[in-house]
Design a protein around this ligand. Structure first.
Ligand code: CAA
Length: 283
């Protein structure tokens, strides 16, 4: 049976999650704040579906079927009949908590599984604002979602075994992703390793130890990474990178998680990476 999925947020991650769910037969509703944001999400997904056809990962008929399973809405009431809702808005704890409060109420009768794609905010803080925290879990996808096969599953102390199994089955059996399970600590598994690495690369540039290009060439050519850390920070978004670092620093108080001043200045100046046209590189 096709699952009915809701996605809150049609940015890079929300659109990617919605696209992959639709490609795997789910009926998907994406909620954005207004019609302009809905259009931006639709265009982002159409571009990615077209690319999937170009690189031979989808037929034209499969692309059209997937596009036909996606609906773009501005209200939360459309989530009342969903089996699963995944929140994928910016890394703003107050905003996410407000969304969980609202979606929790709208879906209470159905017992919908509620997931957050947060990169670093403890799941308990989002579960705690709902009336039934046992149906809340972290499901953390990776950018670009249609390409990268990992989903981190993060149960909070209150997540039920049934919620955990439903989330695993959706990610692994329905979407065909690899899953790993992490504890409910800021950063989970991947960002606990990735963020200190990205911040170390930014500090190297900030102190003049090496150029942006040399840092990236070193890791691509010397360690066979698909892209260097500064190009990767631009892909993730420098605002997201800083937000994740801040959450992890707030959680552990370890200097290795503290965002370097250069990163903060770039974010304050609107240099957010690929999405703004300028980060460590121009786009
Ligand atoms: N749908 C399906 N498949 C697609 C696709 C699409 N829309 N677009 C590309 N692909 C496939 C291609 O067919 C190709 O597949 P094969 O390897 O089978 O040939 C593969 O994806 C690579 O595509 P491209 O050749 O177009 O792109 P590339 O080789 O330049 O790679 C990249 C681009 C995928 C971004 C690669 O550089 C990469 O993997 N970089 C690392 C990204 C990464 O680490 N992301 C994680 C960030 S952390 C995060 O997201 C979470 C967080 O909390 C911060």
């Amino acid at each position: 049976m096709a699952e009915a999925v809701g996605v809150v947020g049609g940015g890079i991650m929300g659109s990617g999650i919605a696209e992959v769910a639709a490609r795997n037969g789910c009926d998907v509703v994406i909620r954005e704040v207004d019609a302009t944001a809905c259009d931006a999400s639709r265009h982002r997904i159409e571009r990615s579906l077209d690319k999937a056809v170009r690189v031979g990962k989808l037929t034209e008929a499969e692309r059209d079927d997937a596009a036909g399973r996606l609906r773009y809405v501005t209200g939360f009431e459309e989530f009342a009949d969903r089996d699963l809702v995944i929140e994928a808005v910016v890394e703003d704890e107050a905003l996410k908590a407000e969304i969980f409060r609202t979606v929790g109420k709208v879906t209470a009768a159905r017992g919908t599984l509620l997931a957050s794609n947060t990169s670093s905010i403890p799941i308990m803080r989002l579960a705690a604002v709902t009336e039934d925290p046992e149906r809340v879990i972290g499901m953390h996808f990776f950018n670009p979602v249609p390409v990268l096969p990992l989903v981190e599953l993060i149960p909070s102390l209150l997540t039920s075994a049934e919620t955990m199994e439903r989330a695993r089955a959706f990610a692994a059996d329905r979407l065909g992703k690899h899953t790993v399970v992490g504890k409910d600590r800021a950063g989970f598994v991947v960002n606990a390793l990735l963020i200190p690495y990205l911040l170390a690369a930014i500090r190297m540039v900030e102190t003049g130890f090496a150029t942006v290009e040399d840092v990236d060439v070193a890791m691509v050519s010397g360690c066979a990474h698909p892209m260097g850390p500064l190009a990767l920070a631009d892909l993730i978004g420098l605002d997201t990178t800083a937000a994740v670092a801040n959450s992890m620093y707030a959680e552990f108080k370890e200097p290795l998680y503290a965002p370097p001043p250069l990163l903060l200045r770039m974010v304050e100046g609107g240099r957010l990476g690929r999405k703004s046209g300028q980060g460590f590189y121009p786009y």
